[in-house]
Write a protein that binds this ligand. Structure first.
Ligand SMILES: Cc1ncc(COP(=O)(O)O)c(C=O)c1O
Length: 406
């Protein structure tokens, strides 16, 4: 075992260790019998404002379950934005459906409602709307189009906890929504996810898809092993739905529960860190932060900034980054490639899955020109500073670089 672990004690300043010990001492380490996962589901859905929460082992398995719950099946089309992680596409393939990419709005980086309606065909069953970097897409317009065409809306809020749109919390707007508790997210338990919905039918379907299709699973309860007599009867039939094991273990639920207790503080720290960096960019005409329109609250999973400075500074994106790091700044990440230019999609690796369905499905360069251009400009800046003094020092370093090229 590699004992050289990087320490990050600032990540668990709350009850994480205490709750983990309780799980260890408890009888069940699985959601099928324990109480931490169900406790997390109830607390998270209450905090965001939905009737049901179903915990998963990732924010990708959630998307797969959500797609199937709203009725997406073989050969259906699912629209998702062209600037997002690969998982919105891979979850679509997992549901045997076909991803259709919608271009983005240049300054918000989110799905462009002006381009959405033209993509809808009789095969379209769902739209996955992503809140990129913590910023809501324009839901009034997306919902209007979706309702008129009887298409379900799935909110992908993997990067958006406590973000809101015109006074509504993200997670309460679409038919169903998906969150991630992966290592880098606002609430983290290493890996994990959550489905939220007001619809009992969707919650139960998700629960069954993620829980081996046990017939006694319910929208509001993932415990199946409560009645010994039933399970010890050889005549008992357990499964009435096709399902996989996407369950969240009790250990991760306990850690996520402790993180949820501090969610306001965790989100605020990211928002304040982002503000510190945006303040030093105010006078700069080539570092353009993601635009948060009036009436939106951005939870700043990351601070997305467009770099348009090649002419002024004479530095490429990579050279500017290197200079910033060399003088003590924090390296920022590039945005993920648009999904359809990743080899798994551009080289049609997915087509082997269902040759009949994917025979004529191809994606080319230039499909979503705004996303392809903006993706190359984006700097994803760190916002998960637990120490705002450190964020200030790093932002001052960025400011000194900005001044150098004034
Ligand atoms: C927008 C978005 N969707 C989905 C996912 C998938 O979440 P997970 O890593 O928990 O599977 C992520 C995670 O990075 C994400 O950022």
């Amino acid at each position: 075992m590699n004992k050289e672990v990087m320490k990050n004690p600032s990540k668990y300043l709350g009850n994480e260790l205490k709750y983990l010990e309780k799980v260890l001492e408890g009888e069940s380490w699985s959601a099928t019998g324990g109480s931490w996962t169900i406790g997390l589901e109830q607390a998270f859905s209450k905090r965001i404002g939905t009737k049901y929460g179903v915990a998963f082992n990732s924010g990708t398995s959630t998307l797969h379950a959500a797609l199937e719950a709203v009725g997406v099946g073989a050969g259906d089309e699912v629209i998702s934005p062209a600037l997002t992680v690969i998982m919105d596409s891979t979850a679509t393939f997992a549901a045997n459906a076909i991803p259709v990419y919608c271009d983005i709005v240049e300054d918000t980086f989110n799905l462009d409602p002006d381009k959405l309606e033209a993509l809808i065909t009789p095969k379209t069953k769902a739209i996955i709307a992503v809140a990129l970097y913590g910023l809501s897409p324009d839901y009034d317009r997306i919902l209007d189009i979706a309702k008129r065409h009887h298409v379900a809306v799935i909110e992908d809020n993997a990067q958006a906890v406590l973000s809101s749109y015109k006074g509504k919390m993200l997670g309460t707007i679409g038919d169903i929504s998906s969150f991630s508790f992966e290592n880098t997210k606002h609430i983290s338990c290493g890996e994990g996810g959550m489905i939220l919905t007001d619809q009992e039918e969707y919650a139960e379907k998700c629960r069954k898809l993620g829980g081996h299709g046990f017939k006694n699973l319910r929208a509001e309860d993932g415990r199946v092993r409560l009645n010994q007599d039933m399970f010890q009867n050889p005549d008992y039939k357990r499964h009435d739905a096709l399902g996989w094991n996407y369950r969240m273990p009790e250990f991760t639920a306990a850690v996520a529960y402790a993180q949820l207790e501090r969610v306001d503080e965790l989100v605020k720290l990211r928002q304040e860190s982002a503000k510190i960096f945006m303040d030093v960019m105010k006078t700069c005409d080539y570092l353009i932060p993601q635009k948060t329109p009036d009436g939106y609250v951005n939870s700043y999973y990351s601070l997305g900034v467009r770099y348009l400075g090649e002419e002024k500074t004479g530095k490429t994106w990579q050279e500017f980054r290197k200079e910033y790091v060399d003088i003590g700044g924090d390296g920022y990440y590039g945005a993920w490639s648009v999904p359809y230019l990743e080899p798994v999609i551009s080289e049609r690796v997915f087509a082997k899955r269902l040759p009949g369905i994917y025979e004529n499905v191809r994606y080319e360069h230039g499909l979503c020109p705004v996303a392809e251009r903006v993706q190359k400009q984006i700097m994803q800046m760190k916002t998960n500073y637990r120490d705002l003094e450190l964020a200030k020092r790093k932002a001052e370093i960025l400011f000194s670089l900005i001044r150098k090229y004034e």
